[in-house]
Design a protein around this ligand. Structure first.
Ligand code: SF4
Length: 212
């Protein structure tokens, strides 16, 4: 697929085409396809995950696997309408390693996060959400430009350089790895509380000139 010049990106469709043609880092080589964000221009909330998982890589859609189901439930419990949320990832291709016939998730490194940030920035320019929710350390790293400790900043209302509000929380996939039921329920309640902190932000009309 031919590369799309940055100044030709004027819509989510042309952005998805640009992502599909991207070779800015090695991750495109072993993935099925780039997975663009999903939602509408003007959505008030943008949720940013880490990268597509195995199911998302095949479907070409973000958050359609088990973590997506946890996220959907969390959004519902936090009072965030799914169609008011734009859902995307910090990294658009699925990074994995083969273990037999299974494709096991591998966390993107800082180089890959930085190389892919251009597409997240474009999504922010087009969608212009009032609030961004960073799901996990990779999204937080991409959006803040530094390595953060989730436990220290989760649930706090932060302000980005362009005035967009930012709330950092865990990635919903981490809830799936908690075996103890009581512990998992407690962690889920904290996750929903973080989402509610983001839902409480009232969108303000603003003239945007994003600082990257
Ligand atoms: Fe490009 Fe991002 Fe895919 Fe790397 S992961 S090839 S930067 S779209």
């Amino acid at each position: 697929m031919a590369a799309v010049a940055e100044d030709e990106i004027t819509s989510l469709r042309s952005l998805a085409e640009a992502e599909a043609a991207c070779t800015r880092c090695p991750l495109y080589r072993d993935a099925t396809q780039a997975v663009p964000g999903e939602g509408r221009v003007g959505a008030s909330v943008m949720l940013v995950g880490e990268q597509p998982g195995d199911k998302e890589d095949i479907a070409g859609k973000p958050f359609v696997g088990p973590a997506g189901r946890v996220l959907d439930q969390g959004l519902q419990d936090a009072g965030i309408a799914r169609d008011e949320a734009f859902v995307t990832n910090a990294v658009k291709h699925f990074k994995h390693e083969m273990r037999g016939k299974r494709r096991l998730h591998k966390r993107p490194n800082n180089y890959e996060i930085e190389r892919c940030k251009i597409w997240l920035d474009q999504e922010r320019d087009l969608v212009k959400p009032a609030t961004i929710i960073a799901l996990g350390v990779t999204a937080a790293r991409s959006l803040t430009g530094k390595t953060v400790t989730i436990g220290k900043i989760r649930g706090k209302l932060l302000t980005m350089a362009d005035g967009t509000r930012l709330v950092v929380t865990i990635h919903p996939s981490s809830l799936l790895r908690i075996e103890d039921e009581a512990e998992r329920h407690a962690a889920y309640r904290s996750f929903v509380a973080d989402l509610k902190a983001a839902a409480a932000v009232k969108p303000e009309p603003k003239a945007r000139g994003r600082s990257r």
